[in-house]
Design a protein around this ligand. Structure first.
Ligand code: 5GP
Length: 121
């Protein structure tokens, strides 16, 4: 799947639509989810054009990979969930129910997040 530069997170990165910024470094931007599922629900995205976790893992530079993971930690620290705990989720593709085709990690916390995934079969 090729990168669609008109996706909503690309527009946020270009400043074409606003976001509620939580943290930023050279390689990543973090902002509050527009429909939060927990008291803390932050999206962390790389600044580069990567569709999914696979594209990011395969193609990003070491500096981008490190910058992104440092941003995840900075968000956990800034939102004060290090001690209580939190969950990271990265949806990919159709079965992963990824809605926005720009790689992102959800950081959820501020309450017990519950069982990991409901078994459907
Ligand atoms: P996905 O299903 O792709 O893993 O998650 C996409 C997330 O992006 C959803 O949780 C959704 O609420 C969030 N989202 C979609 N559009 C916007 C937006 O314009 N601004 C923000 N801050 N979040 C958005």
């Amino acid at each position: 799947m090729s990168y669609d530069s008109e996706n909503i997170f690309a527009k946020i990165l270009r400043g074409e639509i606003p976001c509620d910024k939580v943290y930023e470094n050279d390689h990543a931007l973090a902002f509050n989810d527009i429909e939060p599922k927990a008291p803390v629900h932050v999206l962390i995205i790389p600044k580069g054009p990567y569709v999914s976790s696979s594209a990011f893992s395969a193609d990003a530079s070491d500096a981008e990979l490190a910058g992104f993971m440092r941003a995840v930690h900075a968000v956990a620290e800034k939102t004060d969930v290090l001690a209580s705990g939190y969950r990271l989720i990265a949806n990919a593709g159709a079965h992963g129910h990824q809605e926005v085709p720009h790689f992102h990690v959800h950081l959820l916390g501020g309450r017990p997040i519950g069982p990991m995934v409901m078994r459907a079969d």
